[in-house]
Structures are given as C-alpha cells and as structure tokens.
Design a protein around this ligand. Structure first.
Ligand SMILES: N[C@@H](CCC(=O)N[C@@H](CS)C(=O)NCC(=O)O)C(=O)O
Length: 202
C-alpha cells in the first residue's frame, strides 16, 4: 500500500494507524501547493480532488477521506483494537468521534490555513473551535483516550488535528485534558515513529 501524504497534514492520522498496526505502507510525499509528486508527477492524476490523504490499496482508485482511510487500515488488523468489531456499539462510538473530528475539528481548522481567508472569518472560526475544544476536553476527563483506555483510529485523527492548535498558536490553556491527551498519544512508540518519518520529531 502507498500513502500519499504531506508532513503534519491530516494524512498523519492514517500514517499513525499504519504504524500502530505495523502495516507495510510506503509513504509518497505530495507538494500540495503545486499538486505534484516528488518525481514531478501530477497529483491530480492520483486524486482528482488534489488532497491528502490518499491511499493506494492496489485495487481501483485511491481511497480518500481521512476518517475512512483510518478505518480501512485499522480493519486490516482487528486485533489491535484500533477499530472495534463491526456492529458493536463500541465501533459506532469510535465512528462518532471520527465524524466529529472530520466535520467539526478538521474542517473548523481548514479556513485558518487558507491565505485568502479574511481575518474576521478566522476569528469566528477560532471562537467556534474553542467551543469544540471545550467539548473534547470535558469528554477526556478521567480517561486517557477519547473512548476510554484503548487507543483507537479516532485518537490518531484527533491528535493529528488538535496538533494544529500549536501550529496556529491558539491559546489552549483552558483545556488541560487535551494537553494530557496530546502528551499520552505523542509518547506512543508508533506515533513517535510516524512523527519521525514526517520530520516532526527528533
Ligand atoms: N475531505 C478530505 C479533506 C482532506 C484535506 O482537507 N486535506 C488537506 C490537508 S489536511 C489537503 O490536502 N489540502 C489541500 C487542498 O485541499 O488543496 C478528508 O476528509 O480527508
């Protein structure tokens, strides 16, 4: 399998899941500004939407959408607990978090990264995100990960996206449980490996 990624982008979530599950996934770096690959190839030919993550699974078009790519990878190794078994309430809980991270957090952050977003819009987005951070912080009270003590695909995605709060220099002082969560996830050996492979850790 080949994972098209950009360092620190949402593609870090499937990268973490791949390393957690010890899957043989090769990384292909994408220049998102130019929409090119390292060999000069056209990224639009890989993903017509021009975004990462995109996972080449060796059958048909690449698999896209971070919240789905992480599930596909996790399901290759059910014994890891990265995704609970189909049909269980536990799985819907993880999927609930995946959808929340995708639609509330990930897409809440997206306008902050766009150079042409007006400052007033950025301020509105930051206010919105702070409300969602408060929800996540409360959910993490008394637990290590989003659904309890088991690290799941949703934690990988949440860690990836919440990491952008630091990049954007958002004030996170009011969210101590998120800080604890970030430290716990970052300390995991597979996460360290993924961060190193993206040039994000010493
Ligand atoms: N709907 C996609 C969005 C993925 C996305 O926003 N990717 C960003 C990086 S985090 C990207 O590649 N942006 C470049 C672009 O859209 O041109 C998903 O859920 O995975």
């Amino acid at each position: 399998m080949k994972l098209y990624y950009k360092s620190g982008a949402c593609s870090l979530a499937p990268h973490i899941v791949a390393r957690e599950a010890d899957l043989p996934v090769d990384l292909v770096s994408v220049d998102l500004a130019k929409k090119t690959l390292e060999d000069g190839g056209d990224f639009f030919a890989v993903n017509p939407n021009g975004y990462v993550p995109a996972l080449d699974i060796g059958e048909g078009p690449v698999l896209t959408e971070a919240s789905v790519v992480v599930q596909y990878l996790a399901d290759r190794k059910p014994e890891t607990g990265l995704m609970p078994a189909p049909g269980t309430t536990e799985r819907y809980r993880v999927q609930q978090w995946l959808a929340f991270v995708a639609t509330e957090l990930h897409k809440g952050f997206s306008p902050l990264f766009k150079p042409n977003t007006p400052d007033a819009t950025k301020d509105i987005q930051k206010e919105f995100l702070a409300k969602r951070f408060a929800f996540v912080d409360k959910a993490l009270e008394g637990r290590t990960y989003l659904t309890g003590e088991t690290f799941t695909a949703a934690d990988a995605y949440a860690f990836t996206v919440l990491n952008w709060a630091g990049v954007m220099k958002l004030d996170m002082a009011a969210f101590p449980n998120i800080a604890r969560f970030m430290a716990a996830v970052k300390a995991r050996p597979a996460v360290q490996q993924a961060l190193r492979e993206e040039g994000l850790a010493a």
